[in-house]
Write a protein that binds this ligand. Structure first.
Ligand code: ZN
Length: 247
C-alpha cells in the first residue's frame, strides 16, 4: 500500500523544491498567515480543482467542496467554513462553482438511487422540482446542463441569505457572492451573471437569473410580474419567479 502512494510523496518533494526555487521563502511566508481574497464553494469531483483551474497558488483561495456544490442552511460544515472565510479571512468574493457532467446533479435529475447521498442530493432534486417548467421541456442532455446552472444559482442565493453574509453586509463589509459553472470538456469557467453584493439585490438578481431559462413556449407570458398573488395554478411552485423565490 505504501508503495502505491510513494509517487505522491515523490511528486510532493519535487513540487515543494520547485516552488521554493521559483519563489524563495514561499512556504515560510505562507506559514505565517493566509490572506485569500476568494472563497470557492465547489463540487468534490476530482476533475474540478479550484487552484489549478483559476491559476491560483496555495494561500490565494479558501476552498469548501462537497457533492454537487450544495449550501444548506443547516449544514454547519459549510456555514462554519463560510463564517471563517468572511469574518476572519475577510474574503471579498465567494464563488459557487458547479460543473457540467456532475454525477450528483445527474442522479438528482434522473431520480437515480446512489445510497446515503440520496438524502444530500434531495436538495438538488428540490431545485429541479421548483423549476421543472423551465427544465422538463428541454432535450435530455440539456436538462442536466441547465439543472447544473440552476443549482448554482440556488446555492448563490443560499450563501447570500446565510446569517454570515447577511451580518457581513449589515456591518458594511464588502463581500460579493458569484455563480460560475465549469466545463469538463473544455476546461472553461462560465459566469452565470448572478452576482449578489448587498441584501436588496438578492431577490432581484435571483429572479433575473432564473428568467433566463424560458418555460415552454407560451408559459412565460403568464408569469413575470414578480407577484404570485392570484396565481390560478396553486399547485405549481414554478409558475412565476416569486413562487420560485422562497427567500
Ligand atoms: Zn459534481
Amino acid at each position: 500500500m505504501r508503495e502505491e502512494l510513494k509517487h505522491l510523496l515523490d511528486n510532493n518533494r519535487r513540487w515543494a523544491a520547485a516552488t521554493n526555487a521559483r519563489e524563495p521563502g514561499f512556504f515560510t511566508r505562507l506559514a505565517q498567515q493566509q490572506s485569500p481574497r476568494y472563497m470557492w464553494i465547489g463540487c468534490a469531483d476530482s476533475r474540478v480543482p479550484a487552484n489549478e483551474i483559476t491559476g491560483l497558488d496555495p494561500g490565494e483561495v479558501f476552498v469548501h467542496r462537497n457533492v454537487a456544490n450544495v449550501v444548506v442552511h443547516s449544514d454547519l460544515n459549510a456555514l462554519s467554513t463560510i463564517q471563517f472565510a468572511v469574518e476572519h479571512l475577510k474574503v471579498e468574493h465567494i464563488i459557487v462553482v458547479g460543473h457540467y457532467g456532475c454525477a450528483g446533479v445527474r442522479a438528482a435529475m434522473r431520480g437515480l438511487r446512489v445510497g446515503l447521498a440520496d438524502n444530500w442530493l434531495r436538495h438538488v432534486h428540490d431545485v429541479r422540482l421548483r423549476h421543472r417548467k423551465r427544465i422538463d421541456h428541454l432535450p435530455e442532455p440539456e436538462q442536466e446542463n441547465i439543472l447544473c446552472e440552476m443549482n448554482v444559482i440556488e446555492q448563490v442565493g443560499n450563501v447570500a441569505l446565510s446569517t454570515v453574509v447577511q451580518d457581513a453586509w449589515a456591518r458594511g463589509q464588502k463581500v460579493s457572492v458569484h455563480g460560475w459553472v465549469y466545463g469538463l470538456s473544455d476546461g472553461l469557467l462560465k459566469d452565470l451573471q448572478v452576482t449578489m453584493d448587498r441584501p436588496e439585490t438578492v431577490v432581484q438578481v435571483f429572479g433575473a437569473a432564473i428568467k433566463r431559462y424560458p418555460r415552454q413556449a407560451g408559459g412565460e407570458a403568464n408569469g413575470g410580474t414578480g407577484n404570485g398573488a392570484g396565481d390560478p395554478s396553486g399547485d405549481d411552485v414554478d409558475d412565476d419567479v416569486s413562487g420560485e423565490t422562497t427567500f
